[in-house]
Design a protein. Structure first.
Length: 320
């Protein structure tokens, strides 16, 4: 048996990778033993070569640059607000706004966040979307009742009004104790007058399922004037929320605090409230007064305008 020992040929101070290449000892026929370090020669050499040509220290980044979070948020926002948009249209909109992104990236973003990248053509408009898209041509109407104290008994009086949804303007029909078909036909003719009718230029009239709307000639007169009646489902007052909110406003701000003794008294109260409602009251829905009547001077003193003995008050800076 012969022994061949590979002597240490590495000088002190050289790189560690060289030290890994030295410890091989051959004993007998092909038996290898390790002296000191435990890595065999071929593996040590590969490490040495890899270190020599390793350029990772000089890299500034690895792979493609990440997509900005701002762009990701924009893609998700467009899909949420426009479910009928596909990834191609979303990509075009994002690029139009000055960002750089490809169609496949938009598609991957949508899939990652759980959205179908293809346009969903089966989505139907919600009632809120329908209202907003037809805002300027929409009107609504409704009835409500008021109790009159006539002598020693209560008399129920029915009021009918129409509202422009875009402006919140309101028009009351003549007061009637018991509206009937004849009354409804006369009212709809006045509302649809081609010169100064309140509904002139409107396209839709929203109403509930009150039997009075089924009066012969009511729907026919509306349609002949280019107005489509929109009958709401049963038990859904929230779909006529603007008209319902007006009923709550006039009752809580005015009618609930008065004892009304006659139709004439009621008509006067309605007239005063409509003046206040249109020209003095600030509407949260539109963020302003509907039709300001008084010129405003920011340097003038604050003046209180009272109606119905101080029941209705508003404050203004009136020009001198």
């Amino acid at each position: 048996m012969t022994k061949t020992v590979i002597t240490d040929c590495v000088t002190q101070g050289e790189p560690d990778a060289w030290k890994l290449a030295r410890p091989v000892r051959r004993e007998g026929s092909g038996n290898l033993s390790l002296k000191g370090d435990k890595a065999p020669y071929p593996y040590s050499t590969r490490i040495l070569v890899a270190e020599r040509y390793d350029g990772s220290r000089n890299r500034t980044y690895a792979g493609r640059p990440p997509i900005l979070q701002e762009v990701v948020d924009l893609v998700i926002r467009f899909k949420q607000e426009n479910p009928r948009w596909g990834f191609k249209k979303i990509r075009d909109q994002v690029v139009y706004l000055g960002y750089t992104i490809c169609k496949s990236s938009v598609k991957n973003i949508l899939i990652e966040h759980g959205y179908d990248p293809e346009p969903d053509l089966t989505v139907r408009s919600t009632w809120h979307e329908f209202i907003k898209s037809h805002w300027d041509v929409l009107s609504a109407c409704d009835f409500f009742t008021v109790e009159l104290l006539a002598g020693h008994r209560l008399v129920r009086c029915t009021l009918f009004f129409v509202m422009e949804l875009a402006t919140r303007k309101v028009l009351f029909a003549p007061v009637k104790l018991q509206p009937d078909g004849k009354y409804m036909r006369q009212v709809v003719r006045i509302l649809t007058d081609s010169e100064d009718g309140f509904l002139y230029g409107k396209r839709y009239l929203i109403h509930d399922r009150d039997p009075l709307y089924r009066t012969a000639g009511f729907h026919e007169t509306l349609k002949s004037s280019g107005i489509e009646p929109v009958k709401l489902p049963a038990r859904s007052p929230d779909l006529n929320c603007y008209a319902e909110r007006f009923v709550k406003s006039i009752k809580s701000e005015c009618l609930d605090h008065l004892i009304l003794s006659s139709v004439k008294h009621l008509e006067n109260v309605i007239e005063q409230y409509c003046e206040y409602y249109h020209h003095e009251r600030i509407h949260q829905g539109v963020g302003r007064i509907i039709e300001p009547k008084h010129p405003i001077d920011e340097r003038a003193e604050i003046v209180c305008i009272e109606r119905l003995g101080g029941l209705l008050k508003s404050y203004h800076r009136l020009a001198a």
